[in-house]
Design a protein around this ligand. Structure first.
Ligand SMILES: [Zn+2]
Length: 276
């Protein structure tokens, strides 16, 4: 599961004596630079920037993992150094160490935020990094921009021993998942849940209960998962946002989303319980 490891200590600047080997989270586009090994992939480690021929367009100090400094860097080229390759975080799941993948997810979101907040959203002046917190500051008007998070609610709706799963146009063929949508300004999470469910499939739910949350760095979502029970209404799908929605029995499920996703955990939790 994508998350910052508990032994990661965020920081804006390296400790003064930190000349120990550092982890380098090097991104081109959204892809991370790794070296394939016999058993998976490894991340570059060196005390200073290890790729003299690879100019960086952005660098951020992230903090330390088990005391080892972590740097993020962005390069323009997608031509990796010999023996290495750029891969998406999705493709690296289960192949890169889980703690490093969690820091990479953090790094990817911070780099995207830094790249897209170079100018003040209020007056257009170039912004600067703040020295005392993770933020960018406009010296002309004083606006401060913090790393962006977009809250998403996700809900597993059950009716007796059946689960509601739906299919969106962007899903891989045959894949179904739970309902999800962005929280709108002014809404509580519970209101967002009810609205999304009503908009997407036309039914009402009851007893929403918090399940768990997960960071989802594509590009900056925070997934908040709930369970709920069907209350009333007939399933109706508009054919645009969703192509299909159906009730499934636990022993007859369709294709499911990636096991790295919160949706998979929600569905798995239901299946395990219902099949016992
Ligand atoms: Zn400004």
């Amino acid at each position: 599961m994508l998350m910052l490891p508990d032994n990661f200590q965020p920081a804006l600047l390296p400790a003064a004596d930190a000349d120990a080997p550092s982890w380098w989270f090097v991104f081109a586009g959204g892809d991370l630079l790794v070296r394939p090994t016999a058993s998976g992939v490894e991340l570059p480690a060196a005390s200073i920037w290890p790729f003299a021929k690879l100019p960086t367009t952005r660098r951020l100090y992230l903090g330390s993992l088990c005391g080892q400094p972590c740097h993020a860097a962005e390069v323009e080229t997608t031509a990796p150094p010999p023996g290495m390759q750029f891969e998406s975080l999705r493709a690296l799941w289960t192949r890169l160490d889980e703690a490093l993948l969690g820091v990479a997810s953090h790094a990817l979101q911070l780099m995207e935020w830094d790249r897209t907040h170079q100018f003040c959203g209020r007056c257009g002046t170039p912004t600067q990094r703040r020295a005392d917190e993770r933020a960018r500051h406009c010296a002309a008007c004083g606006l401060i921009a913090y790393p962006r998070l977009s809250p998403v609610v996700m809900v597993r709706i059950t009716r007796g021993r059946e689960i509601l799963l739906a299919r969106a146009p962007r899903f891989a063929p045959g894949t179904y998942s739970v309902l999800a949508g962005f929280v709108e300004a002014g809404e509580t999470l519970e209101q967002a849940l009810r609205r999304e469910v009503a908009e997407e499939v036309g039914i009402r739910i009851r007893n929403p209960r918090y399940f768990a949350s997960q960071s989802w760095p594509f590009p900056h979502s925070l997934m908040m998962a709930f369970t709920a029970e069907y209350a009333e209404g007939e399933l109706q799908v508009d054919g645009r946002e969703l192509l299909d929605a159906r009730w499934f029995a636990p022993d007859a499920l369709p294709g499911l989303p990636s096991p790295m996703s919160m949706a998979w955990r929600l569905i798995q939790d239901f299946t395990v319980r219902e099949m016992e």
